[in-house]
Design a protein around this ligand. Structure first.
Ligand SMILES: Nc1ncnc2c1ncn2[C@@H]1O[C@H](COP(=O)(O)OP(=O)(O)OP(=O)(O)O)[C@@H](O)[C@H]1O
Ligand SMILES: [Mg+2]
Length: 288
């Protein structure tokens, strides 16, 4: 947590719009004097060209003068499966909420296919093809599965039958138990409902916050398989995960977030085998 960071944090190492210089950046060049030891900012500038969704140097928080995100960068190319891991309180959920218009971005920008979507409302983002499954309270417990799916499609009710069929293809249980109240389902089933609801608007990007949290190892595995399947249908997925080692096994690319910034970034396997990442973030999990 960076409670001491002022909201008007000065630029440390690059001018506004640094991404405009991406073609000139030598990512192997000597690092600028940045607060974090790794290369994420330069990698981001060089690699985020033509990204489907992109967050540049986000500064955001819940209270004035208390920033949780401190220059957070992130991108996902079309069809990518991108993971975000990091310690509790690092700002992972805050980053997803900032992408989805639920936390005010004070500085920096979020773009979707090069359209500026910074601080748009969640319903406007859903219309543009961004879906979000929050970490908690992500189903309507008193509504049936089918009604939860209708809520997911409320901006385009005519699409319901077709979209519900597509969601049931991915999650057959949601079809067979469509009349069951979501509140009576197991934790794993509820996660399927939450993901299914977010898929009802056929998003091009799906933001998932810890979908495996609180589940048994077997159900966690099922969630990871489902996430891979969702991604295989062409949906770009950005997933925050507490099960860091498992997450890095399934993602194309990952970020290790710490204190509101991306401390490390790379392919899932590069991060999983990086001694620093193992020492600092994977710990005993990696040794298992
Ligand atoms: N609604 C809120 N109001 C005020 N502060 C908040 C709120 N939500 C989160 N925070 C603070 O923001 C910081 C980052 O929280 P965040 O939930 O983004 O972390 P996280 O990386 O998702 O952690 P976890 O792994 O525990 O889910 C924490 O210090 C937290 O206390
Ligand atoms: Mg969180």
């Amino acid at each position: 947590m960076n409670f001491s960071e002022p909201s008007d944090l000065p630029e440390i190492d690059s001018p506004d719009g640094a991404h405009e210089f991406e073609s000139e950046i030598d990512i192997n060049a000597t690092q600028h004097s940045h607060a974090t030891p790794a290369t994420p900012a330069q990698l981001h500038a060089a690699e985020s060209v033509d990204a489907l969704i992109k967050a540049d140097k986000l500064i955001a928080g819940y209270f004035p003068g208390v920033n949780i995100l401190n220059d957070a960068d992130l991108y996902a190319h079309e069809g990518e499966l991108v993971g975000i891991i990091g310690p509790n309180g690092a700002g992972k959920s805050t980053l997803l909420k900032a992408l989805f218009g639920l936390v005010r971005v004070n500085s920096g920008s979020v773009t979707l296919r090069d359209e500026d979507i910074t601080n748009l409302r969640a319903d406007q983002l859903v219309r543009r093809g961004v879906g979000f499954v929050p970490q908690n309270n992500n189903v309507f417990p008193t509504l049936t599965i089918e009604e939860n799916m209708q809520m997911g499609a409320f901006q385009d009710p005519k699409s319901f039958p077709e979209r519900f069929d597509a969601v049931v293809d991915l999650f057959p249980t949601l079809g067979t138990r469509r009349k069951q109240r979501a509140g009576s389902l197991s934790g794993g089933e509820r996660q399927m409902v939450a993901m299914g609801r977010a898929l009802m608007m056929a998003p091009s990007v799906l933001l998932l916050d810890e979908p495996s949290a609180g589940l048994s190892p077997a159900l966690q595995d099922e969630v990871f398989i489902r996430v891979k399947e969702i991604n295989a249908t062409g949906v770009t997925v950005i997933i925050v995960e507490q099960n860091a080692a498992r997450c890095l096994q399934i993602v194309d690319r990952g970020y290790v977030m710490d204190q509101g910034q991306n401390a490390y970034t790379g392919t899932g396997s590069a991060l999983a085998n990086d001694p620093k990442v193992i020492e600092l973030y994977l710990g005993t999990l990696a040794k298992a």
